[in-house]
Design a protein around this ligand. Sequence first.
Ligand SMILES: O=c1ccn([C@H]2C[C@H](O)[C@@H](COP(=O)(O)O)O2)c(=O)[nH]1
Length: 205
Amino acid sequence: MSVEEPNLENGNASEAMAPESHKRNDYLHWDDYFMATSILSAKRSKDPVTQVGACIVDSQNRIVAIGYNGFPRNCSDDEFPWSKAKKGLDDYDPLEDKTMYVVHAEANAILNSNGASLTGTRLYTTLFPCNECTKLIIQSGISQILYLSDKYAEKPKYRASKRMLDAVGVTYKKHQPKQKEIIIDFDNFLLEDPNSSLGLSDLQL
Ligand SMILES: O=c1ccn([C@H]2C[C@H](O)[C@@H](COP(=O)(O)O)O2)c(=O)[nH]1
């Protein structure tokens, strides 16, 4: 029975239509769920300019791995540079450029899959993958990419990505969200009484 078809057989319409006895209709669509997981992962990134998150999902909609852009394990975020060295400046020092050190989100997700087969999986990523990540994506057997931003589309690295993906038949498409926003409110999630002023930290879980 759907929410649109309330059961009135017991006589009491308000009881029959109690919202808690029906399936919710405003649950997350799968693609929004996985892209939101990528966005949440991106929020772990310390990169001050571009935070990227990636989520790999198998054919049964199970999350295989997630990742975000960051320095390799034990390379301190406080010691390694988060800036880009500018070529042409007198003090140009390529060793002070983040690109030397950052592990990309897609690469981290693939590494975090811990050797699981990625054949036929989907990759949700907040940024269209660069050429280096694309090589890893193809080699690991990922068959579909869903992305949010393609802000570097005109750069050669990203054009090279598309050239490779087109050549091997890995599909890619821009994610079209089913819902505009997802709000995570720690204080008001799972409160038994929605009118209560208690926060989550006050609950005994
Ligand atoms: O496919 C990609 C491409 C880039 N990244 C990461 C690498 C950097 O940390 C940022 C890009 O920084 P910009 O200053 O915007 O160039 O994004 C990634 O994780 N995956």
